[in-house]
Design a binder for this molecule. Sequence first.
Ligand SMILES: C[S@@+](CC[C@H](N)C(=O)[O-])C[C@H]1O[C@@H](n2cnc3c(N)ncnc32)[C@H](O)[C@@H]1O
Length: 197
Amino acid sequence: MANSSRTFSDVRNVILSAHKNTGAQDKVGFYDTWAENYEQDVALLDYRAPLLAAECVSSFFRGDREKAAVLDVACGTGLVSAHRCLFGCHVAISDCCKKETYDIVIIVGALSVGQVPLTVIRELWDVTKPGGYVCMTTRGNTDNQEYKAELEQLIRALEEEQKWSRVTVVEVEEWEKAVSEQDSGYIPGAIYLYQKS
Ligand SMILES: C[S@@+](CC[C@H](N)C(=O)[O-])C[C@H]1O[C@@H](n2cnc3c(N)ncnc32)[C@H](O)[C@@H]1O
């Protein structure tokens, strides 16, 4: 059962401890262990990325919501899917990655340094149906600047290859509360929504 007496300082310590986990297995293991307290902990961080990303997709999606297939990549405890009412459609939590299968592919809170590598971006594109949407988020805090710049470069490269086109990019100043010593107050974040050609 989740521990209801946790504080911001507990959450900060948990997140900073994850910096020691360098490999993908370590990172996934870390999130598995954190799962029990994850949702109440990220509420203390004022982590709104799942809601902001869901709202963003929902406001641009023009397909049939009842029939649309959504893939929530790196879903964690399912906070993005918890906002499926915004999509009004079926959300798949799946490792099955068949080409051109999903109307919406969404990855929230997982594209950042030490987490999911950028090689995933072309895979996200691959499993999206032509005309479907890919929604990605990243953080803009100090230690993620290089990753963010590389992510944007890759997104642009796919745009230049005419594989997708930009629907919107939203820079959010107050993404979530800062936990590292290099940042203070709130850190920024960004949402990228692209439509496959
Ligand atoms: C901060 S959680 C985000 C979960 C959920 N999308 C949300 O917004 O609440 C990061 C997720 O990415 C996954 N993840 C991190 N690094 C990964 C990697 N290298 N390979 C696969 N999954 C990874 C974790 O297991 C976790 O589910």
